[in-house]
Design a protein around this ligand. Structure first.
Ligand code: FMN
Length: 199
């Protein structure tokens, strides 16, 4: 079974990280890290209070044995070491603070350390930075990481699949993120799918 690390940092759009975990745990082992601010935004945007007794509540919510949760200051966690083999890591959403730490190799939290490990081990890393608008500082941090092969995937919606609901948009974003790791999914209608290729 593939192992993935999924981190949720303190930015808007935490529902996308939650949906990504739901998809990944169907066929993979998922190692979850949520920052303190991420937990508080999950409470305010999704209404789930995981701030106390986090491990039990998260396990209960996802109702799955394929997941492990870590505290964001637990540097003894397996994912803090390159010797723990994974197939890659997602940071969804990624605050611009965590983006900055990762692009500068500054591992002050477990999320930042695990991302640093993922890069140094040459594994796949996807960040979904969330800010509006982006400053030149944010863009430079993204460019630096993109040049190292990190996938920069901000939650930018598309309209060619005719989304009818917020779920359609969230599913599209998760589907594209999984696509970039080569993970099979049917979360959204692909361009020209079912259209007999007629123009
Ligand atoms: C309600 C709320 C929403 C926030 N939204 C964003 C956001 O969309 N993008 C961002 O970069 N920071 C956002 N922040 C600020 C970050 O949470 C803050 O910079 C924090 O230090 C990030 O730490 P972390 O990356 O370790 O979670 C938000 C904070 C709050 C309280």
């Amino acid at each position: 079974m593939n192992k993935y690390v999924v981190a949720i940092s303190g930015a808007s759009g935490v529902i996308i990280g939650i949906k990504l975990i739901k998809e990944l745990i169907k066929n993979s082992e998922v190692h979850i890290i949520i920052s303190k601010e991420g937990l508080s935004i999950i409470k305010s945007e999704v209404g789930l209070d995981w701030r106390n007794d986090k491990n039990r509540r998260i396990k209960k919510y996802f109702n799955c044995d394929n997941l492990v949760c870590y505290d964001n200051d637990d540097f003894y966690a397996p994912v803090a070491s390159g010797s723990f083999l994974t197939s890659g890591m997602f940071v969804v959403p990624c605050s611009v603070k965590t983006l900055s730490a990762i692009s500068n190799g500054y591992g002050q939290s477990l999320i930042e350390r695990a991302a640093d490990v993922t890069i140094k081990e040459g594994r796949k890393l996807l960040l979904s930075p969330r800010e509006m608008p982006f400053s030149a500082i944010h863009l430079e941090n993204m460019l630096k990481l993109a040049r190292l092969g990190v996938v920069i995937a901000p939650a930018v919606p598309a309209f060619y699949h005719n989304p009818q609901s917020l779920d359609d948009i969230i599913f599209f974003m998760c589907g594209k993120m999984l696509d970039s790791f080569g993970i099979q999914n049917n979360l959204f209608k692909r361009w020209m799918e079912g259209s007999q290729n007629q123009r």
